[in-house]
Design a protein around this ligand. Structure first.
Ligand code: FMN
Length: 196
């Protein structure tokens, strides 16, 4: 099974989602990608990557030169996409970054778009879900939603900085976050410098 779902929602930290996408493709996985409408706007603002809302995301821009892996892209309105059904088998799903709105939808089982539905399906099918929630500070509501999900086995891995890998650039930090998300799903990777 080499099939993963990646959801990118409208939180800051879009570079983490893009790095994760490229790492998964680089590892030669199939990636089923859904980017929310809000995420598309923030992606353009934070990274300069401009994807077309109407015609679907631009594959070459998303790949950034990574040739391996197969990329399947969906708009958040495409509720008939394969990843909306539990009968379409996947190994795991990531949401990175995960907005507090999407976090709340996932915690509440409120599947109003394809990204939320795919997460709901991942949970109901007993598959691995890894969230990278981004907000600062977290409110009690945010923390309760995270706790609820952690208790049912969802990995909650916010982009909390570490310094033992001696990051020199923001890119080093983004690599660390993406690598830790892959670790959370049990995917072997060499995305960041590990503590020896
Ligand atoms: C520039 C910008 C940055 C944002 N950053 C965050 C964030 O870091 N975390 C968050 O929870 N919401 C953030 N938001 C708000 C979400 O985009 C908003 O709640 C939206 O409804 C999320 O929808 P989605 O999860 O379907 O993408 C941001 C909005 C904008 C315009």
């Amino acid at each position: 099974m080499r099939r993963y779902i990646l959801g990118i929602s409208g939180a800051s930290g879009q570079a983490i989602g893009i790095k994760l996408l490229r790492e998964l493709l680089g590892l030669d996985f199939d990636v089923h990608l859904v980017i929310s409408g809000h995420a598309l706007q923030i992606l353009a603002q934070e990274t300069g990557l401009r994807l077309c809302l109407d015609k679907g995301p631009d594959e070459e821009t998303l790949r950034g030169g990574v040739r391996n892996g197969r990329l399947f892209q969906y708009r958040q309105e495409e509720m008939e996409a394969p990843i909306a059904s539990g009968s379409f088998k996947t190994k795991a799903m990531f949401i990175a970054p995960c907005s507090m709105k999407t976090l709340s939808a996932v915690a509440g089982g409120y599947a109003s778009n394809l990204l939320e539905r795919a997460a709901d399906v991942t949970i109901k099918e007993g598959r691995k879900l890894v969230l990278c929630p981004r907000e600062m500070p977290f409110s009690a509501i945010h923390l309760e939603n995270m706790l609820k999900l952690a208790r049912i086995g969802v990995s909650v891995a916010p982009p909390v900085a570490a310094f033992y890998h001696e990051p020199k650039t923001l890119e080093d930090m983004v690599d660390f976050f993406a690598g830790k998300l892959l670790d959370s799903a049990g995917i072997e990777n060499e995305t960041f410098k590990r503590w020896q």
